[in-house]
Write a protein that binds this ligand. Structure first.
Ligand code: FAE
Length: 538
């Protein structure tokens, strides 16, 4: 794979990152992420390591395997996202969704789908767009599609959980090794940084967050800045008007064209630079079967941008890493177990799935408390009521371009409900038995924050953001976790032990909740597991 960008390891400080990767953002502005250069895999190929998916888990696996001298092929069902459209941009704007916005939909399905009580979704051409709103019976699960996985569409909030909460997140993992080694390694690899508090206090684009801070503090809640992989120097330049706007142009859900350090600019760029990693975008793995000699036969459909399979390829892989995300990996493994391709997978496959307790809500502020017409799409702070009330609320933007007098929040809660994926032979699909009513514990936990703030401020909940007279966004998650849980469906390092050479290395390993936004934990766990696998299995 060819590399067109610099690939030095970012360090923890944002200034350090810029020094270390001097031309990266310039390269990004030219819109050619290094990681996307690729040659599609050939029918009949034999590869030492095949990685299914190019999100956090897959990118860590590919980089570390390649650095250990193993040739890796990554299979990604979404697009490469390396070529600008006719507007000169790779990704479309949140306020003007076009065909690039959604994965194979003819109408948008915005998470916040009403405004002033009116629906805001609109028709779009069907295309292999970047955001998938995957519908199960009781929940819509939002996921990124393309080279970079969720890093293409997420808010970049890069949060290491508090150490005292870790035992509940991954009970079989030694916290000392995570906090001493793998969380720092993940933060460095991802290029995590924090907003300059002085700039935060003075810039128009975080007025909404300052209002959120003021309200939290007046009710006695701990307020915290939240690190992010957005390039904070770039955002300051956006505010100064010296570079093309991205966070300050409302770009987020359907991709970010400039300042965000997605995996294409970090792990995948470094993987590309090894020369040992190739990527096949618009290729979807449909089956993995044991082959002779301990290898595996992997069946792959090549897709066109309408989502149709245009070719079926069969390749052989000595090792296969499932990194298709919590939903993608769970769906594949449940299907492969039920249909007899991998019958000896254990009975924990498909279990332990959670929504990270996600619920959304808005509050209506007084007219003398505006939140600002200009809002950075990148959240940078939160309200931490985890210990007392089971909720961590990020103060989220509503980047509509007009004054809304609204405060908007995505809460992560300690909702204990867990769901299971099962094979439905009648439909030939995998179902998830999550029920919308199971969000209620999460709503109750979020209310420990917002009922108190409303009482203190004399304000009310917005009822016009998720329907007509509907307060809670309880129909979705951005943070699917679990389905192939560590030390249950796999051993304590992600090995599917009934099948030597098969591994899970993504969010499917985490049993449903991380107490904060999940991708730093997914990355750190992948770093831990791949190090062990390389040391002992290769
Ligand atoms: P993921 O990144 O989903 O990658 C899986 C990849 O596999 C995808 O690219 C798929 O297209 C691909 N794939 C799936 N099935 C197949 C198949 N059969 N064949 C080939 N390829 C396949 O997995 N997290 C945070 O920590 N902070 C945030 O601020 C944040 N904001 C978010 C905002 C939004 C709108 C969304 C949707 C998510 C957000 N998340 C955030 C969640 C985060 O992106 C997510 O936890 C990680 O991306 C999950 O990483 P994985 O490696 O598990």
């Amino acid at each position: 794979m060819r590399s067109t960008g610099k690939t030095s390891t970012p360090d923890l400080s944002r200034r350090g990152f810029l020094i270390g990767t001097g031309s990266l953002l310039g390269a990004a502005a030219l819109a050619r992420p290094a990681a996307a250069a690729a040659g599609p895999i050939a029918d009949g190929a034999h590869v030492p390591a095949l990685v299914i998916g190019t999100g956090y888990g897959g990118s860590v696996a590919a980089l570390r395997l390649a650095q250990a001298g193993v040739n890796v092929h990554m299979i990604e069902m979404g697009m490469a996202w390396d070529t600008p459209g006719s507007d000169g941009k790779i990704f479309c704007n949140t306020l003007q969704p076009d065909n690039r916005s959604y994965w194979l939909r003819t109408r948008t399905k915005a998470p916040l789908n009403y405004f002033l009580g009116f629906p805001i979704d609109r028709d779009i051409p069907r295309y292999t767009g970047v955001l998938d709103a995957e519908e199960f019976s009781g929940i819509t699960v939002y996921q990124g599609r393309g080279v970079g996985g969720g890093s293409l569409v997420n808010g970049g909030m890069a949060v290491t959980p508090k150490r005292e909460n870790f035992a509940a997140i991954l009970p079989s993992v030694n916290p000392a090794e995570m906090y001493d080694t793998y969380y720092p390694r993940a933060n460095a690899g991802l290029g995590v940084g924090t907003v300059d508090p002085a700039w935060f206090d003075s810039t128009d684009c975080y007025q909404y967050a300052r209002v959120g801070r003021k309200h939290a503090q007046r009710s006695g809640f701990p307020f915290t800045f939240v690190p992010d992989v957005y390039d904070w120097d770039y955002m300051e330049q956006e505010a100064a008007g010296t570079v093309t706007k991205s966070a300050l142009a409302g770009e987020i859900l359907y991709g970010n064209n400039y300042g965000k350090k997605s995996l294409q600019k970090t792990y995948l760029a470094r993987a590309a630079a090894t020369g040992r990693v190739t990527v096949s975008p618009l290729h979807r793995v449909t089956s993995v079967n044991p082959a002779s000699g301990g290898a595996y036969t992997v069946t792959i459909e090549q897709l066109n941008t309408s989502g149709d399979a245009t070719a079926t390829k069969t390749v052989t892989a000595d090792r296969v890493f499932f990194a298709a995300g919590s939903v993608g990996t769970s769906k594949l493994l449940v299907k492969l177990k039920a249909t007899g391709a991998l019958p000896n997978l254990n009975g924990e496959i498909g279990k332990g799935w959670g929504d990270n307790g996600n619920v959304m809500c808005g509050r209506a502020n007084h007219l003398w408390d505006p939140t600002g017409a200009l809002q950075s799409s990148i959240p940078c702070c939160g309200i931490d009521n985890w210990a007392a009330g089971g909720a961590f609320a990020e103060i989220a933007p509503l980047p509509t371009g007009i004054e809304t007098f609204a405060s908007f929040y995505l809460s992560i809660t300690k909702n204990p409900n867990r769901a299971q994926f099962t094979w439905n032979a009648a439909t030939g699909k995998v179902d998830l038995n999550w029920q919308t009513a199971w969000k209620q514990p999460g709503i109750d936990m979020a209310k420990t924050i917002f009922d108190k703030i409303n009482a203190k401020e004399g304000t009310i909940y917005r009822t016009d953001l998720f329907g007509v007279y509907k307060i809670w966004g309880d129909h979705l998650t951005y943070h699917p976790l679990g389905g192939a849980v560590l030390n249950r469906a796999t051993d304590n390092y992600g090995r599917l032990t009934a099948y030597p050479g098969l591994y899970v290395i993504d969010g499917a390993l985490i049993p449903g909740n991380t107490s904060v936004n999940p991708f730093v934990t997914i990355t750190a766990l992948a770093e831990r597991n791949i190090e062990k696998i390389i040391a002992t299995d290769l």
